[in-house]
Design a protein around this ligand. Structure first.
Ligand code: CAA
Length: 285
């Protein structure tokens, strides 16, 4: 019988994690939202409040529904609070060791029927899965940024993921208003495998002073009808995250297309991570 998801956990409340919390809570599911410490928890709460506030302003959410959404979320710095969740989605930074260590801990906390999902964009779901004692219940559940807005989820099936596990996650994605696709465990899955070569190319065009950031973005936005230009999108994704994704894809495929343009690392080192830090290719208020 298909699993009922009435209470889920999200670990990591950065750009993606906070958005994923919003998606679940908006669809009537109780969420345990976990970060490493109280300060990070408060930051995550702020991201959620900002996003739902924007949805209210734009007429996408009533104030009543916003209050109900927030009431469904329990913020905590303790992983132990995840014990009775039927699903936990991990959205911590794109570092394999960090994710493996976390999955080892989660495996010991949640019940035997719970599903463990990673929102990784490019790391091996299989490697993360084998850090647990039960890799059959581990799956990729890859949302897109901004998660409350974009209606698409990649469900990543490893060679050992149980059929019921990915079928249940696929059904959940539909309940969340997302179109799911099932993909194999290859760096970048579908969307990022296609997207990141293009983004990297745009950055190198900017880096070589071939064209200005505004003109590069205008070419793709106005000339090609994309919702935003590639450099603005890099800022939205976060340059630190984009670097990790490109680096992983390059190491796995050795395709020059994915060798991160040097300026990305330089900007990350200088703290220019995009919207999340107030400055990237553009400056944000
Ligand atoms: N809940 C529900 N709806 C919301 C919302 C929320 N929290 N916040 C905003 N919205 C709605 C707005 O009301 C608006 O809807 P309407 O157009 O019907 O009014 C819509 O979402 C867009 O919001 P905004 O008007 O505030 O912003 P925008 O029109 O400038 O669009 C954007 C912003 C959605 C980011 C759009 O530019 C876009 O889709 N860009 C491309 C993003 C993209 O490519 N993402 C993928 C990145 S790669 C990735 O995520 C994978 C990875 O692993 C890194």
């Amino acid at each position: 019988m298909a699993r009922e998801f009435s209470k889920v956990g999200v670990v990591g409340l950065g750009t993606m994690g906070a958005g994923i919390v919003e998606v679940f809570a908006r669809n009537g599911i109780d969420v345990v939202a976990v970060e490493v410490d109280e300060a990070a928890v408060e930051k995550g709460r702020g991201v959620l409040e900002h996003s739902t506030g924007r949805a209210v302003t734009r007429g996408k959410l009533t104030e009543e529904d916003q209050a109900a959404l927030h009431a469904r979320v329990q913020f905590t710095p303790s992983l132990d609070e995840l014990a009775d969740c039927q699903l936990v989605v991990e959205a911590v930074p794109e570092q394999l060791d960090l994710k493996k260590e976390l999955f080892g801990k989660l495996d010991a906390i949640v019940g035997p029927d719970a599903i463990l999902a990673t929102n990784t964009s490019s790391l091996s779901v299989t490697e993360i899965a084998v850090a647990t004692g039960n890799p059959k219940r581990v799956v990729g559940m890859h949302f897109f940024n901004p998660a409350p807005v974009l209606q698409f989820v990649e469900v990543i099936r490893t060679v050992v993921t149980e059929d019921e596990v990915f079928e249940d996650v696929k059904a959940l994605a539909i309940r969340l208003g997302k179109q799911p696709v099932i993909v194999g465990d290859k760096a970048g899955f579908i969307a990022n495998a296609l997207l990141f070569g293009y983004l990297n190319h745009a950055v190198s065009m900017f880096e070589s002073r071939y064209a200005s950031r505004e003109d590069i973005d205008a070419a793709m936005k106005l000339g090609c009808g994309y919702p935003m230009g590639p450099l603005a999108l890099m800022d939205l994704i976060g340059l630190d995250t984009a670097y990790e994704i490109l680096d992983t894809m390059y190491k796995q495929g050795r395709d020059r297309l994915h060798a991160p343009s040097p300026v990305i690392k330089q900007m990350v080192s200088a703290g220019l991570k995009g919207r999340k830090s107030g400055r990237g290719f553009y400056t944000y208020a």
